[in-house]
Design a protein around this ligand. Sequence first.
Ligand SMILES: Nc1ncnc2c1ncn2[C@@H]1O[C@H](COP(=O)(O)OP(=O)(O)OP(=O)(O)O)[C@@H](O)[C@H]1O
Length: 622
Amino acid sequence: MAKTIHEQQCLEMQKETEGVKAGLQARLNELESLLNDSNNRVKELETSAKSKCQSWSMKVNTYQSFMDSQFHAMRDLRFTSNAIRQELLKTQKSYFEEFNLLEVKLKALADAAGNYREVLNENRKLFNEIQDLRGNIRVFCRVRPFLPGQNGKQTIVESIGDNGQLVVTNPAKPGKEGQKTFKFNKVFGPAATQGEVFADIQPFIQSVVDGYNVCIFAYGQTGSGKTYTMTGPNDATEEEWGVNFRALNNLFKISQNRRSTFQYEVGVQVVEIYNDQVRDLLSNRTGPAKKMGVTSISQPNGLAVPDASMHPVLSTTDVIDLINLGFKNRTVSATALNERSSRSHSIVTVHVRGKDLKAGNYIYGNLHLVDLAGSERVDRSEVTGDRLKEAQHINKSLSSLGDVIFALAQKSPHVPYRNSKLTQVLQSSLGGQAKTLMFVQLNPDVTSYSESLSTLKFAERVSGVELGAARSSKEGKDVKELMEQMASLKDTIAKKDEEIERLHLLKDLKNGYPRIDGEQPGTGSLSDKQSETGSTDDEKSEITDAALSMGTETDGSAEYVHSPEGVSLGKPKVVPKVRVLQKPAQATPTSKSESPRASSPAIKKTLSSSSNLVKPVVRKKV
Ligand SMILES: Nc1ncnc2c1ncn2[C@@H]1O[C@H](COP(=O)(O)OP(=O)(O)OP(=O)(O)O)[C@@H](O)[C@H]1O
């Protein structure tokens, strides 16, 4: 039994052991499979770790090479920055040195700038003094070339000297006998270009910008080239521009050059004087032109014709447009001499106002550019009626212009500006500080000889008596002699001045006395008017008297030539004769020119002492 129990126990234990063994075997299997799984997993992990490791090592390599490159770049940068710093220090040093140098130079410049204005003013003064020394009334002569189709025409011009000498030959008297010599400031031959002519005018334009008044006018018979000189031919190219355009162009150029010191404004008026009436050629008005009044130059704005439209101009193109427009409106008519001849005086007035940018004050200058009407004699033009009236007005105004210039040159105390609208309009630019330049235009054709001679005599009268400062600065025997003559002439003039004063006194006393013929002024006949042209007003008589005292000749011969420089040709010791052909109307009782003073016995005596020297002429010929 015990054995059975034991056996049973053994069996149970065996069973139990087998059970445990089976369990353990299962567990072992399980563990084995787990181990296998783990091994696989480890392998997997190992593979993944390896690949990650590889990728990391690649990344590390990339990073390392990036770091290396950055390091190199940094090193280069450091080098560059060091080099730049060095360069900067060097530049700074050189800048510093240059700044110091600049400071020294700037200081010098500042000092120079301080003196600049003074030097500028001094230069301006000197420039204008040089101009004054040359004489404030200057006469240039220009000989027109023969026109196309005029080949083979005979010229009256014998020779043109560099010194302003012009010799003309009378076609009726060939040889030396028929030659006459004239002297001007300059003579331009037929080949002279517009540019060459302007080169001699330019200093006048500079004077305008410096605050002077300047008058440039062209005088001569119809077709002698007045318009060509002053404006140029129709549709002129820049080469052919006349004085007008070139003057304005130059004016703009000078003002531009001075823009750091002066600010200039330029305005233009264009008027014409026709039959002694002033018309605005740039007016917008339609219909009949408005009559314009002429004021005295004492007007604060300095405008002689305040009613004429004023056009601001900024460029030469503006000027060309305005002048062309103005000239289209000019009064022209057909004459026997020229198919379309200007019968009026055209005046382009340029007003210049310059503001001194430092001082703040203004300077004013004006420039009158005048294309005068043809100066030919009435009978030559074969005109009657209205044309005759035109011609008489032209004659009168041209004579008045001559008288004014003559009186100015004589330093006469009375300048007869009021004798014509022309001289009234130009008053601010004639006399005083003003500078006057006359172009004497000549047609060289022999058929125009007598007109040309009369033109030259007019110019001679204007220029020959001018007593500019230049003469007083010249040395030499001739000049000394001339100075003595001048002194004696001045004495004579002074005596005449006294006489004039006396006459004025008498006139005042006589004021209110009736005219001896009882005729009212202004109702005179044509001949009356011509007498008036030749004589009337007080100033004219005064000038004529003064002129007569110096010796008046009437025969028209030119034995003695007055030169603008005071150098005589031919007979230097002869006292210059002043030719006064427009004699006052001899105090004839019917003349409108008869003034109350002429009825005074004293005055009659004065006039009669000179009246036998001069014949009254229908056309004033100067
Ligand atoms: N220096 C010159 N060179 C070339 N042609 C000229 C010159 N001067 C004048 N002429 C020509 O001569 C002609 C007459 O000139 P212009 O019209 O200027 O005379 P004018 O004196 O003004 O006459 P008007 O009194 O009738 O106005 C024009 O055809 C002009 O082109």
